[in-house]
Design a protein around this ligand. Sequence first.
Ligand code: GDP
Ligand code: IMO
Ligand code: MG
Length: 429
Amino acid sequence: MANVAVIGAQWGDEGKGKVVDWLASRAEIVVRFQGGHNAGHTLVVGEQTYKLSLLPSGVVRGKLGIIGNGVVLDPQALLDEIARVTAQGLAVTPENLRIAENVPLILPLHPALDKAREAARGEDRIGTTGRGIGPAYEDKVARRSIRLCDLAEPATLSAKLDELLLHHNSLLRGLGAPEFAKQELLDQLLALAPRLLPFAEAAWERLDAARHSGARVLFEGAQAVMLDVDHGTYPYVTSSNTVAGNAAAGAGIGPDAIGMVLGIAKAYSTRVGAGPFPTELHDEIGRGLGDRGNEYGTVTGRRRRCGWFDACLVRQAVKVGGIQGIALTKLDVLDGLEELKICTGYRIGAETLRRLPAAMGAQAAAQPIYETLEGWSGSTRGARSYAELPAAAVKYVRRIEELVEAPVVLLSTSPERDDTITLRDPFAG
Ligand code: GDP
Ligand code: IMO
Ligand code: MG
């Protein structure tokens, strides 16, 4: 099967956008299957930098983009993003963007609830993006969501808003936050309807047709395995399944169509928001990684926490995420460091483990066990062939392959689209 699914193997921001954009030159369709505008994917193409949150990264190459049913869609955020990329010279129309008609919508009450809850949690906050992602997924499983297709049925929409508001206004009242008026929401949604409905379709039919015609599909994950609602560092996670298995359910196609699962991992680790991070560095080295890697959240603007590469955690992500090959990014950020550390396991009390356990207390207590490798004085920045890499950099990559138990098939050496080294073609399976 010549399709590829791209997922994050750490805590997000590994460079999925860059890799999807690079691979998209050889795909016909790029599908987002989970998450929402909590994602921030940066693509650098020559002089232009595109920051995408909801639009599948293939739009930059003019490929057909599909927003699958597994996404939670903020209509206003989508229209704003379309306006932003249009101003940069891209065309996004119903010709090249299709949205699953059964996608659940994020309404203004979702970010309101997200923020009110985070404020109420105080010191214990999760550090969400505040964009209503969690509350929107809660409504989906609670069977309360307004879905894109509802915008075509004003009577359905009106009745569903009554139920939604009964729930949300009770919660908002309890949290001391302002309530929402039904008529205002109804008017807003009905005004958005003619702008959104032209994009809506039964996306599964298009994907089925693609399967039969042999068109290549790229499934673009957001967030990452350690933010997966089941397999991540719960409760410090996002509210969707980020593993490749969800690409099928979130797009509306069988699991055999997913194809090769490519996990994206940074050559070190970062995390935005709160939660366990065993290899986090609070010293000059950590600050240096943040500065050289320009580690600021695309969505939140918050400085990302930085640390050493955690091979134990990426190995776990490889197993639960179904990752068959790794794209290792940001190798250049390690240039000039005298020595490098890789975490191979954890000490938790008297125990030594080669996995991060599920319990919160154990996760917080996990102390990394490190292996030290030699750094390199040469530059990897902008390298486009393996031969250009210093020997110690090659050694570092090889050791990562061994420890995470998956081959490194791509290497990225700068934000620029073409500064990428292919070791094995992901579309070859
Ligand atoms: P995503 O959420 O996984 O798509 O990643 P983000 O776009 O949020 O964050 C990755 C950041 O690293 C972006 O600013 C990219 O432009 C940048 N980037 C991607 N690959 C590389 C690389 O190999 N080297 C460097 N220095 N930066 C990179
Ligand atoms: P991309 O696709 C990094 C984090 C938030 C927070 C937690 C829950 O760019 O890799 P949410 O708003 O989803 O309820 O927040 O998840 N988070 C991300 N961190 N990259 C992302 O996306 C993220 N999306 C959510 O910081 O800790
Ligand atoms: Mg990001």
